[in-house]
Design a protein around this ligand. Structure first.
Ligand code: IMP
Ligand code: MG
Length: 191
């Protein structure tokens, strides 16, 4: 069973080695990104596309920090399962409800790791003829050899380590943490 431990006044979930980006820092950065996006979309309402499940926390905070009129939709793509390594295989589990022809799209992603998921999504959505597509990712791993992929705005560049929290999971857990943290190796299941 997972229980919490209190470290230096902060309630930390079991299995967390250390907090990488705290709740306050995330909230400040999300508001900065929202201000930049408000300027970009001042003239025409964007359709925010959240990539489930990981982008849920970022998406809900970002859309509430933006003040321009906007619409939202979600896509779900396959993820790691119970592994901490990217499979490179992308599968659509849930497609958009909205028609996106001639729309201004803002893809909202939790993290760009290998870049493969995003590369696939961009190709798929471009074929449907949107007016333009931008990408905002909360996190981007600084990773040698990652795919060259379009990312227009990044919340935080992070080292190439497996992180959880604020939407990001390991084996389905930890998405509800309000901060981004590095997983304790002892919490990683043998593969
Ligand atoms: P990609 O390697 O850029 O294709 O990343 C695919 C997806 O894997 C991301 O959108 C995340 O949902 C997930 N992912 C990548 N890195 C991490 C991580 O460090 N922790 C948790 N999920 C991750
Ligand atoms: Mg994701």
């Amino acid at each position: 069973m997972l229980v919490g431990v209190v470290v230096a006044g902060e309630k930390r979930a079991a299995g967390i080695a250390r907090v990488l980006i705290g709740e306050d820092a995330i909230q400040i950065r999300v508001r900065e990104l929202a201000r930049e996006l408000d300027l970009i979309y001042a003239d025409e309402p964007p359709l925010l596309i959240g990539v489930l499940n990981g982008a849920v926390a970022f998406m809900t905070d970002l859309m509430r920090a933006m003040t321009v009129p906007l619409e939202i939709d979600f896509m779900a793509v396959s993820s790691y399962g119970a592994s901490t390594k990217t499979s490179g295989v992308v599968r659509i589990l849930k497609d958009l409800n909205a028609e996106i022809g001639d729309r201004r799209l803002l893809i909202v992603e939790d993290i760009v790791d290998s870049g493969l998921t995003l590369q696939y999504l961009l190709e798929l959505l471009r074929q449907r003829g949107p007016r333009d597509i931008r990408v905002v990712a909360l996190l981007k791993k600084e990773k040698p050899g990652a795919a060259e992929v379009q990312v227009d705005a990044v919340g935080f560049p992070i080292p190439d380590e497996f992180v959880v929290g604020y939407g990001l999971d390991y084996a389905g857990l930890y998405r509800n943490l309000p901060y981004v943290a590095i997983l304790d190796p002892s919490a990683i299941l043998p593969e």
